[in-house]
Design a protein around this ligand. Sequence first.
Ligand code: ADP
Ligand code: MG
Length: 337
Amino acid sequence: MARGIDEFDLIRRYFEPLSNGEPGALGLRDDAAWLRPDPGTEIIVSADAIVAGVHFPTSTMPGDVARRALRVNLSDIAAKGAQARCYTLTLQLPDTVDEEWLAAFAAGLAGDHETYGVSLLGGDTTRTSGPLSLSINIFGQIAENSMIKRSSAGAEDDVYVSGTIGDACLGLGSIVGGLAVDDAADRAFLEGRFWRPDPRVSLGPALVGVATASADVSDGLVADLGHICAASDVVAEIHQHLVPISDAARRLVTDNQPLRTNLMTGGDDYEIVFTAPVSARETIVSIASQIGVSITRIGCTIPVTSGATAVTVHDEAGDIVEVGVGGYRHFGEHVAG
Ligand code: ADP
Ligand code: MG
């Protein structure tokens, strides 16, 4: 943080306005905050930290850093079926951060408060000689005993995913990985999917009582579905040609099968992957149309047999597609650029 900015000034000017509407935040003037769940509900808690050069390029605009930090957390809460309420923010700021940066960062958060109906509950601010890093603890609310866990998938469930898969990984490839996306509109779309994830905040709560297990797609479809399978003691078979991809992605991978397969393991989509019993198919179709988010059935779970891989990907001919290690960030080694 640039010398000359007093921490208390900074909190008053940029962060106190963001606590709006949350009485327990106490105007960010106390040692701690309180949060009272509505009767019959419980609080769902999640945390995610992001570090410059590891989770986003060091050149990222401050508003995009803010939105990314908040949205990856909103995505976790949504995937559990809960409604996000508020969050705490811990900032480690290097000397290169000045007032202008902070103002743009706070404006990024303020815009997302409007969009997602959350407020800032408190936090901590320190200087660092290392890279910029920030961590959010987020608090969501849900009816008692209804959080959608990873561990409760059935052994003969359907597997679904929301939205489209792989856009953010192609976007990151374009931003820092040397992936050529010639069409300007496609490039803007794909990079936007990396910079500004669109957490499925309406879908998650609509899946309570319908989905048996769910997770958000942050590490990659195969890895995150694999987390559900491991926790639930089942395995899954999915079909590559059924996995929904955007028109922009399709144009890039049509003649590039390895890149097509990379989408299965690319991260940062912030879609929701979930399981549900076969009896829920009609309900899921109507949820998709009610909330206006596409939901695609991509495979099924089956009971574990010894030595089985958590997630097997098949092509149209039914052959197994080798997808490599799930969760590998294909362009991640270049993210510092
Ligand atoms: P303490 O000395 O107890 O750590 P601080 O002086 O760090 O307290 O913080 C004073 C107040 O400002 C607290 O209410 C804290 O929650 C809030 N605060 C500090 N940094 C942030 C931040 N980055 N975002 C939101 N609130 C913050
Ligand atoms: Mg402090």
